[in-house]
Design a protein around this ligand. Structure first.
Ligand SMILES: [Zn+2]
Ligand SMILES: [Zn+2]
Length: 381
């Protein structure tokens, strides 16, 4: 089945992984996960850096939004960068030794949506770390077409972030932000990335709301790094726990509200703020996922405002990947400040707890970092 292999697995047949026990809160660290098999069009990747996504926190918490989807014992995680160790017989685009990041949606290529140019909405999609084994493990098998060569300028960690950055990018690029007032609700990693894109895209004013003081400070840094002050923009980062947060947004926008809201949190209070301060004829772009069904003031916040609602799922395949790489390679968007914590895989729980408390942005887990660094492919900066 395999045309070539290097160092492979050092003879080990059981490896480290984080798996989801169905119905229980948390994840389980195991040391006896099997090394995945690869098919003729797959590649086996040794994971060098993997980052925790907001979706992983929903999975960790066994929230209803993903509870039934994740099979018992599923290896989770879907943001990573690693080195290809084996390739299937029919793989021609990826070679052993390549450093790759990965698109997490494995699509069928033949359904209605795939054939209509929106394969990220594939009806038969299998999500890495949701429906098929994920990357919080020493090894992962993925279709070669999902492997994306790491641009040499990017660190392993930032390459792992291309996948989530693609979500933020699709959210922020959904509407032309040039000259617009933009509110970003929720400044977790996705919101922080969206702030940077909004600034880079020439928004007139960028406002962010966030409950965590830690993340508000990081948001200020991201705005400064992306030229907010130099451009004379009167950007603002607001404390979402303040009862007058909506009034503060109105005061900052001549009482009109904002042209565009990028809703990144999925939190009902943030969604209510978003609907309140959205200008008539505005655009509400939503990426964040509430943990379950929520109440929305449909009439006053959406219909009667004549607004446009955009739901964002995944990334465009592969337009968003190329745009993301160009923005990162050129330095127009810089994600290094978001790397707040680096932990070996077995200390995953610390990472999840930091994220749940809002005291981290991107937490990077290293299943095999020591070996990766020994081979000189790592870049811990
Ligand atoms: Zn994700
Ligand atoms: Zn499809």
């Amino acid at each position: 089945m395999c045309t070539s292999t290097v160092s492979a697995t050092g003879g080990a047949s059981q490896v480290k992984a984080l798996v989801k026990p169905y119905g229980q809160v948390g994840l389980k660290y195991v040391t006896d996960a099997p090394i995945p098999d690869i098919g003729p069009r797959d590649v086996l990747v040794r994971v060098l850096a993997a980052s925790i996504c907001g979706s992983d926190i929903h999975i960790y918490d066994s929230d209803p939004v993903f509870r039934e989807r994740i099979g018992d014992g599923m290896t989770v995680g879907h943001e990573f960068c690693g080195q290809v160790e084996r390739v299937g017989d029919q793989v021609t685009t990826i070679a052993v030794g390549d450093i790759v990041a990965a698109e997490s949606h494995v699509v069928c290529g033949t359904c209605y949506y795939c054939l209509n140019g929106v394969p990220h909405l594939c009806q038969e999609v299998a999500g890495i770390g949701f429906d098929r084994a994920g990357c919080f493990a020493e090894y992962i098998a993925i279709p070669a077409e999902n492997a994306f060569l790491k641009p040499p300028e990017l660190s392993l960690e930032v390459a792992a972030f291309i996948e989530p950055f693609g979500n933020a990018l699709d959210t922020a690029m959904c509407v032309d932000l040039f000259g617009k007032s933009v509110l970003v609700t929720g400044l977790g990693p996705q919101g922080l990335m969206a702030l940077a894109v909004a600034r880079a895209a020439g928004a007139r004013r960028v406002i962010g709301t966030e409950v965590s003081a830690y993340r508000r400070r990081l948001a200020q840094q991201m705005l400064e790094l992306h030229g907010g002050a130099r451009q004379g923009a009167q950007d603002m980062i607001l404390d979402a726990t303040q009862p007058d947060v909506a009034e503060q947004v109105f005061r900052a926008t001549n009482g009109l509200g904002v042209d565009v809201v990028l809703e990144m949190s999925g939190h009902p209070a943030a969604i209510a703020t978003a609907g309140t301060v959205l200008k008539h004829d505005g655009h509400l772009v939503a990426l964040g996922l509430p943990g379950g069904a929520i109440e929305v003031d449909w009439s006053n916040h959406l219909v009667l405002k004549g607004c446009t609602f955009h739901g964002i799922y995944g990334r465009h395949l592969y337009q968003t990947w190329f745009t993301a790489c160009e923005l990162l390679e050129s330095g127009a968007v810089q994600l290094e400040p978001l790397i707040t914590h680096r932990l070996p895989l077995e200390r995953f729980d610390e990472g999840f707890q930091l994220l749940k408390r809002g005291e981290a942005a991107k937490v990077v887990l290293y299943p095999t970092a020591a070996e990766g660094l020994a081979q000189g492919v790592g870049s811990h900066g």
